[in-house]
Design a protein around this ligand. Structure first.
Ligand SMILES: [Zn+2]
Ligand SMILES: [Zn+2]
Length: 814
């Protein structure tokens, strides 16, 4: 009915008296609509459609009153989500009828024009318009390293508190010059209320220092940095959420030097390139990977290496995937510009470029990211030859996010990110570019705070029907990291403005996060809810998929404390909200040496040998390990050999037996190598059935491990392990699904970062007619625990009768 008039030019008419046909509508827009240029966008749209009225920010998002021709008002409502600014994401639009007022013109509501935003957007990569200005010699921000606008730049990492306005960001100390102020106040400007707006006159600046902190005299600090990198030096570069350590990725010796200085033997380094064309030189970049690389979040994307990657230094030893990201700040682009000899124009931005830079987080000794200039000079003097510093303070540390592309067919519906980003990430680490975007829960609940686990930690707070999962905070096994968690809690409360009525944590009392949760609960006199580790993993999946019914939870993980006091990690759980009941588990293996076994896969190989009655072979097979001689006795006498049903330890055992990993230099390494080898070999076509479901209904994999004892081809052994494992898991889950009648399966836990297991298992379970849910909006590993804990805690509070079932609630830890 309106179609034929849609293309008509807006009608001209006097606006002092409302035409008889005029209507006025109240339009409530929710979603990520504050601090992203939404009001100027509405203003522009309304003017184009000759509507009168106003737009303003308020506590719930953006509110519009629009009046005029009914067709044009309808068109405004229709258009709103479609041409929204780059960083906006419209969740919902609600329309109400109002009486026409005959108002003239459309304004950004004067009385509330400066109403501050109540949500903080994520950091975003520099936009195309700013890039054009950055390299336009006629622009006043030519080569200015801190150029940004409403559609790009840092947000989250600058924000100290609510509401989101300049005074509460780290830009507060920079007074806008008259030109910048004019832009800031002009609704027609791309910098209208762009809180980090700056220019060379009034904004932050960049300078270079040597490793001792002495300023380096240079006309062009970025060019100087490139010269150093070209010579094989290592430079610390201050970014938006912390420091990177950079070196030339093609310089084998520079990469080796960085590994030595960082004492990081084998953990992969991320590589930064200029654009997708350049990324294709090193790795296989399909349409999904390209979309992820170019998305405003600009994460590190894991992609299969191409042969040319062998020209790079040891960036990902023993793996078949490379972590690639594109330049995302003006400084990064200036660096590539310098590396290319400062070409004129902007064509070079999209041309293939051979420059590849290692860009790894500067977090010496596994401690939190370095943030401040003085701290950098102190903590990085043994690692970096020079430091590129700036004076825009970082309010909160934030690492780069790490993702891989989701397989088609197993994708979840829309994650809360910019509408233009159609590609869906599977998170390995969720941080810059994604935090603090909320995960939408199925229904509103009480505000709770959850402190997560021990490794790869995040925290989560809920507000209404939103769960805010923090950026990746890292492992909490050192004192600085524990301070970081406390800092994150304070920051989360400052930018969310919630008062929590319960605190959730892991069931493991020795986790630093559990102790902190107990203290916060006691100090605030609110209940503490301890949630079993694997219950939380499954709950995280249920939370993001908004599932309220009972499901069969498949938790495949490292180790976590079970509700019976033993170490779990390969569990089938019946999860129904706050209730969780273990239905089955993997047959346990003993962990000789306790936690050491998780870092030394040969110990798990030894445990399997012992279980097979071949204990005497331990010292022979692992002759290079001094502890091997006693290990058979340690197992004989059961000295510090706790049993665990952990899936991760079965992977370690396979790696230990195949000899692919004897000692791990980072968590997950053994399993990642097995996965790479299995892919190298290709899938095994005939499953031999080297698994069994024992009389108690547990999955037994010992025959599979025994088959690896004499395997001389590690790739074939890895492929066999994966093929049989997935078939075994499918049979086991199918068996228990039938027995319980549960036909929805939720997959959670760190082992689902393994792309072969997650993809193949999901495919086989779906073929059984089961509904399969997997982690999409948060990582499947411990980075998602806090979300699951928060979801369980909400249900414990809402269904007190469920408390005995799982989440243990108490007033403080008694
Ligand atoms: Zn911009
Ligand atoms: Zn200025």
């Amino acid at each position: 009915m309106v179609m034929q008039r849609e293309s008509a030019a807006p009608a001209e008419r006097p606006t002092d008296t409302p035409p008889a046909s005029s209507v006025r509508r109240g339009i409530r827009v929710s979603g990520t609509v504050q601090g992203v240029g939404f009001r100027p966008y509405v203003h522009h749209l309304a003017q184009m459609l000759s509507l009168s009225g106003w737009v303003r920010n308020d506590g719930e998002g953006v509110f519009i009153e629009a009046e005029g021709d009914p067709v044009q008002v309808a068109r405004l409502i229709h258009e709103l989500p479609h041409r929204a600014p780059r960083l906006a994401h419209v969740e919902s639009i609600a329309v109400s009828e109002l009486a026409p007022q005959g108002a003239d013109g459309f304004v950004i509501n004067t009385s509330l024009a400066s109403a501050p935003a109540t949500s903080v957007p994520a950091d975003a990569a520099i936009c195309e318009s700013c890039l054009q200005e950055l390299f336009d010699p006629a622009n006043r921000r030519y080569l200015y390293p801190f150029i940004n606008c409403l559609h790009c730049g840092p947000r989250f990492t600058l924000t100290r508190a609510l509401p989101y306005d300049r005074a509460r960001t780290t830009m507060a100390g920079f007074t806008l010059c008259p030109l910048c102020r004019r832009e800031y106040e002009d609704p027609e400007s791309r910098r209208f209320h762009a809180e980090p707006n700056a220019c060379p006159i009034c904004g932050p600046r960049l300078w270079l220092v040597d490793r001792h902190g002495a300023p380096v005299q240079t006309q062009d600090p970025v060019l100087h940095v490139w010269r150093l990198l070209e010579q094989g030096r290592i430079v610390a570069i201050r970014g938006i959420g912390g420091f990177h350590l950079a070196c030339d990725a093609r310089n084998v010796e520079a990469v080796a030097q960085l590994r030595r200085r960082k004492q990081r033997d084998e953990k992969p380094f991320a590589v930064m390139v200029l654009n997708v064309a350049s990324a294709r030189r090193w790795a296989q970049i399909g349409p999904q990977q390209a979309l992820l690389l170019e998305s405003t979040a600009r994460p590190i994307v894991l992609a299969t290496m191409r042969p040319a990657a062998s020209e790079l230094g040891a960036v990902a030893p023993g793996l078949d995937h490379l972590g690639l990201m594109l330049a995302y700040t003006p400084v990064h682009y200036l660096l590539f510009h310098a590396a290319l000899g400062a070409p004129p124009g902007s064509a070079w931005l999209h041309a293939e470029c051979a420059v590849a830079l290692v860009m790894t987080s500067a977090n010496p000794n596994g401690e939190p990211l370095v943030r401040d200039n003085d701290e950098a000079i102190r903590r990085l003097d043994e690692i970096a030859d020079a430091l590129l510093l700036h004076d825009r303070p970082i309010a909160v540390r934030c690492d780069d996010s790490v993702v891989r592309a989701a397989d088609s067919g197993t994708r979840a519906p829309g994650p809360p990110q910019a509408a233009a980003d159609a590609a869906q990430p599977v998170f390995v680490r969720r941080a810059r570019g994604y935090a603090p975007a909320p995960i939408r829960l199925g229904r509103p609940g009480p505000s709770v705070l959850a402190l997560g686990g021990h490794f790869k930690n995040t925290i989560c707070a809920t507000r209404g029907a939103d769960a805010f999962v923090s950026q990746h905070l890292g492992d909490t096994d050192n004192a600085p990291a524990r301070l970081l968690v406390a800092e994150a809690i304070a920051h989360w409360q400052a930018i969310l403005g919630v008062r929590v009525i319960a605190v959730a944590c892991d069931l493991h009392p020795d986790y630093a996060s559990s102790a902190l949760a107990a203290r916060i609960a006691a100090e605030s006199a609110v209940p503490l809810v301890a949630v079993q580790h694997h219950h939380a993993h499954i709950a995280a999946v249920l939370a993001e998929h908004q599932v309220e019914t009972a499901v069969l939870g498949v938790a495949l993980d490292g180790t976590g404390l079970g509700s019976d006091g033993t170490l779990w990690g390969g569990e089938l759980l019946q999860v129904d909200g706050a209730r969780s009941r273990r239905i089955s588990q993997l047959c346990p293996l003993r962990l000789p040496g306790g936690e050491r076994a998780a870092r030394e896969p040969w110990r798990m190989g030894a445990a399997v040998l012992h279980r097979l009655g071949m204990g005497e072979q331990i010292a022979v097979r692992y002759a290079a390990m001094p502890a091997a001689r006693q290990l058979a006795q340690v197992l004989d006498h059961d000295l510090n050999c706790p049993a665990s049903s952990s899936m991760g330890r079965w992977f370690d055992a396979a790696a230990g037996l195949l000899g692919t990993s004897v000692v791990s230099s980072y968590e997950g390494q053994a399993a990642m190598r097995l996965e790479a080898l299995a892919r190298q070999h290709g899938p095994m076509h005939d499953v031999q059935g080297l698994y069994a479901i024992d009389p108690q209904g547990r999955l037994e994999l010992i025959a599979l491990l025994a088959s690896l004892l004499d395997e001389s081809d590690a790739a074939r052994g890895s492929a066999c392990f994966h093929g049989e494992l997935v078939a075994g898991l499918d049979a086991w889950i199918g068996h228990h699904s039938k027995a319980t009648g549960l036909d929805t399966v939720a997959l959670g836990g760190g082992c689902f970062l393994n792309a072969i297991v997650s993809r193949e298992l999901a495919r086989m379970l779906a073929a059984r007619g089961l509904r399969v849910l997997a982690a999409r909006q948060v990582p499947a590993n411990d980075g998602g625990l806090s979300l699951g804990q928060a979801w369980v805690a909400q249900r414990v509070l809402q269904e007190p009768a469920a408390r005995d079932g799982a989440g243990r609630a108490g007033n403080g830890r008694s």
